[in-house]
Ligand binder design. Structure first.
Ligand code: HEC
Length: 139
């Protein structure tokens, strides 16, 4: 009995489709690893932005009569606080400011201090090599 001959290979267009998907997946898996900067941004965004604002300018006093969140872009505020004072404020809270000492790790609190400092408009821009923009800023 003669059998119909069936080619054991995939139809050519389908094989090419599979190859494309594999290439796409390989491409996607090479995304940038999360950087410390991203973690810092994310944390400030989740924990602090609702009161302090994305731009760090704070807001008006709350309805209980607590003072409004500080304006982190005010150079006078930045000059009036040491890093240790910022740490205490973040760890222990103050009136309208919740205490984060039990929620954040010391490393995360360091990140938040650094982040608060970045809003200082009087601070000289952080030294960055001229090539950092071209290289994508990787360190
Ligand atoms: C529920 C609102 C709220 C949230 C959330 C919040 N803050 Fe505040 N924050 C305040 C208020 C209100 C003040 C002003 C309190 C005062 O001066 O008595 C303040 C003050 C501060 C100060 C200045 C303290 C000083 O020395 O005068 C720092 C620094 C600060 N917050 C950092 C943070 C960080 C970092 C986060 C996120 C981890 C955060 N805050 C989350 C409301 C908030």
């Amino acid at each position: 009995m003669a059998r119909d001959f069936v080619a054991p290979t995939l139809p050519r267009p389908m094989a090419m489709g599979v190859a494309c998907v594999v290439l796409l997946l390989l491409g996607c898996s090479k995304g940038p690893p999360p950087s410390p900067e991203t973690e810092e941004e994310d944390l400030f965004h989740t924990a602090c932005v609702r009161c302090h604002g994305k731009d760090g300018t704070g807001g008006p006093p709350d309805s209980l009569g607590h003072p409004g969140p500080r304006n982190f872009t005010d150079p006078a505020f930045q000059r009036s606080r040491t890093d240790d004072q910022l740490r205490l404020a973040i760890e222990d809270g103050n009136r309208g400011m919740p205490a984060f000492g039990a929620v954040l790790t010391p490393r995360q609190i360091d990140m938040m201090i650094a982040h608060v400092r970045k809003f200082d408009t009087s601070a000289p821009p952080r030294a960055k090599p001229a090539s950092s923009a071209a290289s994508g800023g990787s360190r």
